[in-house]
Write a protein that binds this ligand. Structure first.
Ligand code: ZN
Length: 160
């Protein structure tokens, strides 16, 4: 079955930046799973997936505009350290979670003081051209409940 709106896709991926460095991979772990057509994944990836079938392996190179957006140099701010969730030491370059009124947000530490930190609220992958090596493992129809919720249920998806 082909990947189209209202299908659930399981896949393995390896993500590389434009220098070819591996940033993350699902291989050797749990496959990624998402509901196609529901904006669960970045737009460039969703476009590259459309029409593929189980067993397909391919690479997709995605420009920042279709991935995590361009970097915005204005998105640097100073916040109290108590608003940050992190393990270990807060050091420049650390990727941590910032608690906001809209939930947790992934940010990068620029400078850390005793009580406050300067953080960059751009997504860590903003401004980057990304290449995904993808292997489609399974394509199935979404259930009515998954469509109503806008996400996948069960293994790799939401449990609630
Ligand atoms: Zn749900």
């Amino acid at each position: 079955m082909q990947i189209a709106a209202e299908t659930v896709v399981s896949f393995h991926y390896t993500l590389r930046d434009d220098s070819g460095k591996e940033l993350e991979s699902s291989r050797g772990g749990t496959p990624a799973v998402y509901l196609h057509g529901a904006r669960n994944i970045i737009p460039g990836m969703e476009a590259a997936m459309t029409g593929r079938v189980s067993g397909d392996s391919f690479s997709a190179t995605i420009m920042p505009e279709d991935a995590y957006g361009l970097r915005d140099s204005d998105r640097v701010q100073r916040v109290p350290i108590k608003h940050l969730a992190f393990n270990g030491k807060l050091a420049p370059g650390a990727v941590v979670q910032l608690s906001t009124s809209e939930g947790m947000r992934t940010v990068t530490v620029i400078k850390a003081g005793r009580h406050s930190a300067d953080i960059d609220t751009n997504h860590p992958l903003a401004g980057q051209t990304l290449t995904f090596d993808i292997e489609i493992l399974d394509v199935r129809n979404a259930s009515a409940e998954e469509l109503a919720h806008g996400h996948v249920h069960g293994p790799g998806g939401h449990h609630h």
